[in-house]
Write a protein that binds this ligand. Structure first.
Ligand code: BDR
Ligand code: CA
Length: 302
């Protein structure tokens, strides 16, 4: 079992990544921390609580709320894609139960790093603000972590926010810079890889059709917005950015990897540099195997 902490800003594809994590018996998802990105951080926390109430994973992870804004600039959200509420603006989510006290994400990350050390994998699915703040709080604790897998960047392909920058790195370039410079054991999953992780509508429909029920109906409802927008943008289905990062955290052989030295430009561009590698970058994805992996685990039959 791999102990894992997921840092996230749900987000349609973040939600699919969380469901994939809860369907993966190799993982123990001990903690989920939220960060401002696709939506403001309190909305991201509400969405994690909604998804926990929907899926009821056992054991239930602890939840911590993190940074409300990037390190050095104003928050830019992605509500045009994910909806104002981050999960496609469905009107009928039940109000989720809120814990009496919300934990602090940065303390949760540092505590998990100290307690679990090399056994811990951190999967970061949003801007890297929380990780950068955890590094600032206790860099030594973070240096003990076995593996950090982060979705972000556009290395040799165009960005999805500016011609060169990907959303997570564009929202908080200072945080991305600090994480890349920290000497962590970092596996980066950029758009170069995630644009190969495209799920056709028919694949989603037949997987959900094999497990009919409330969970399947809900997944269908909130992911439909992503399918519609990605199709309009020319993709052949839904681009599974964050689920791919989660999948390679479980099974790194789903992608081929390249050691690289990357730097972050002023708008969050991912620039190739020279010098010792500071991360491994996911390159070619075994798309068929990844899609089977994802669909087999997304929605267990009830
Ligand atoms: C990333 O941006 C967000 O909108 C997605 O959730 C994903 O983490 C892709 O660029
Ligand atoms: Ca995300």
């Amino acid at each position: 079992m791999i102990p894992i902490l997921i840092d996230t800003d749900p987000g349609i594809d973040d939600a699919l990544a969380l469901l994939l994590a809860w369907g993966s018996s190799e993982l123990t998802v001990g903690a989920i921390t939220t960060v401002a990105g696709n939506v403001p951080v309190d909305v991201a926390t509400t969405n994690v609580l909604r998804l926990l109430a929907l899926r009821r994973p056992d054991p239930a992870p602890v939840v911590g709320e993190g940074a409300p804004a990037p390190l050095a600039r104003a928050l830019l959200t992605a509500s045009g894609y994910h909806g104002e509420d981050g999960l496609a603006d469905l009107t009928d989510w039940p109000e989720p139960a809120r814990p009496a006290v919300l934990l602090d994400a940065i303390s949760l990350i540092v505590d998990a790093a100290r307690r679990l050390q090399r056994t811990l994998t951190i999967v970061a699915l949003g801007p890297l603000t929380n990780l950068a703040l955890a590094l600032k709080a206790d860099a030594e604790a973070l240096s003990l972590v076995g593996r950090v897998v982060a979705m972000g960047g556009a290395v040799d392909v165009p960005g999805n926010v500016t011609p060169e920058a990907e959303f997570n790195f564009h929202v908080d370039p200072e945080a991305a810079h600090r994480v890349l410079a920290a000497g962590l054991s970092l596996d980066l999953v950029p758009l170069d890889a995630t644009r190969q992780a495209v799920l056709p509508r028919s694949g989603m429909r037949s997987a959900l059709g094999r497990a009919p029920g409330h969970l399947a109906t809900r997944i269908q409802a909130f992911s439909e917005r992503g399918f519609r927008i990605d199709h309009a943008g020319g993709a052949q289905g839904l681009v599974l950015h964050d689920p791919l990062a989660l999948a390679v955290a479980v099974d790194p052989t789903l992608a081929e990897w390249e050691w690289a030295h990357l730097a972050i430009g002023p708008d969050g561009e991912t620039l190739r540099g020279t010098g010792r590698p500071n991360c491994r970058v996911a390159r070619r994805v075994d798309t068929d195997r990844f899609l089977r992996f994802f669909l087999d685990r997304l929605c267990p039959a009830s």
